[in-house]
Design a binder for this molecule. Structure first.
Ligand code: FEO
Length: 402
């Protein structure tokens, strides 16, 4: 991808990774991602972020189309996870005069990430500024835990651009970089939700603080370091509103109890309905929702399992294991904030039945409050077994009520 001009003297110089399908080991990225970086050219030149180390050559090529990399004055590191800091060492080799601007926490991380002892680091605090000349001044806005302690935003007031690193980003590779040009808006919005769940779901109170800080800036553009640039009047307001909604605690009048399941021949699905009936008999006001995992989008399932009051998860056993979509769901649990939540596993099996005990053990290891040992039956549940499942649902509901 070549450099793309955002405003006079401000360029996108990051790289695309359309083929990436797994990010950070755990996140599926069906639409790839981008490692965004930005260049601000004035009397002084500042770069915002580097890119993953595998893409250094393309990154330097993009920068070179605007300025000589050897003449860059500052590299602003809003956040120092290696997808943004991975090329810093190589960049410093090309531009040894570079001053690295980051927070105090960022400076500590950078030393261990780069293993360089002689970096020229400038640490900044909330509200500090950096004058690049000709009216272009950067202001640094600390944004701790969005999503690391080192995180900050950089605000270019003259152009009303906020550079927010991971915040409001998405793993969605958009070659034309602007939200107004996104080809598949529905898919992009799913990516925004999946990204939020994985990256910011554990930090909701900090998200609310970050949104408040961003609102005081009244940005025309928000440039995150993954996915499209957000523009006022296009998608910026919507993505901010989504973050606000997803992060705001929702006092519920009704308890919400989803029952997730996969079912090869409908037997685990039958158990799900019997369990739901049992819960509803004890908690008639509760919202009990049965969700076939394969029929629902993963980001929405992940939001429900992390945002509910209690849940059950059903799996058959295939080849002595729980099935992969169920594993995927339980590995998406936000173990920090979901700790102590009432839950249980259930499922039909044919031969050996390892699936339910495996999922039960997984839920216990996440320190959730697992009810009993789960409910299982062999093959097609009989009328008696459906009654037992109904009874299990009743006992589960009584435990939820406390
Ligand atoms: Fe995109 Fe937290 O790194």
């Amino acid at each position: 991808m070549a450099a793309i001009k955002i405003k006079e003297g401000v360029y996108s110089v990051g790289v695309l990774n359309p083929n990436m399908r797994i990010f950070d080991v755990i996140m599926r990225t069906e639409y790839g991602t981008s490692y965004n970086a930005f260049l601000i050219k004035s009397d002084k030149t500042a770069l915002i972020e580097t890119v993953h180390e595998h893409f250094f050559d393309e990154y330097i090529s993009n920068i070179s189309s605007v300025v000589d990399p050897g003449k860059i004055d500052y590299i602003i590191m809003n956040h120092n996870e290696p997808d943004h800091s991975g090329s810093l060492g190589k960049l410093i080799e090309k531009a040894p005069q570079l001053k690295v601007v980051t927070t105090q926490a960022g400076a500590i991380y950078l030393k261990n990430i780069t293993n360089l002892s002689d970096m020229n680091i400038v640490t900044v605090k909330d509200g500090d500024t950096l004058d690049l000349g000709k009216g272009k001044t950067l202001r640094f806005v600390t944004a701790p835990f969005l999503h690391w302690p080192d995180s900050m935003f950089t605000w270019l007031e003259s152009d009303k651009i906020a550079f927010t690193c991971d915040f409001l980003g998405a793993h969605y590779c958009e070659p034309r970089m602007f939200d107004s040009l996104v080809s598949y808006p529905g898919s992009y919005r799913q990516c925004v939700l999946g990204y939020y769940n994985a990256i910011f779901g554990p930090f909701k109170p900090y998200v609310l603080k970050g949104l408040t800080k961003l609102d005081t800036l009244d940005a025309e553009y928000v440039c995150p370091s993954h996915g499209p640039i957000l523009t006022k009047g296009v998608m910026l307001e919507k993505v901010k509103a989504d973050y606000l909604e997803w992060s705001t605690p929702k006092p519920r009048k009704k308890k919400y109890i989803p029952i997730f399941y996969c079912s090869a021949y409908g037997n685990t699905g039958r158990l799900a309905r019997a369990l739901a009936d049992g819960i509803s008999e004890i908690m008639p006001d509760a919202q009990v929702e049965i969700l076939d995992i394969n029929e629902n989008a993963y980001p929405e399932l992940q939001a429900k399992i992390n945002g509910c009051d209690a849940f059950l998860v059903g799996t058959p056993t295939i080849n002595r294991d729980a099935v992969q979509p169920v594993w995927r769901l339980v590995t998406g649990i936000d173990a920090v904030n979901v700790k102590g939540r009432k839950c249980a596993a259930f499922g039909s099996f044919g031969w050996s039945g390892e699936g339910v005990p495996m999922i039960t053990e997984r839920l216990r290891s996440l320190k959730l409050d697992v009810f009993a040992d789960g409910y299982t039956c062999r093959f097609v549940p009989s009328d008696k077994e459906l009654e037992e499942a109904n009874d299990y649902g009743e006992r589960f509901a009584k435990a939820v009520k406390g």
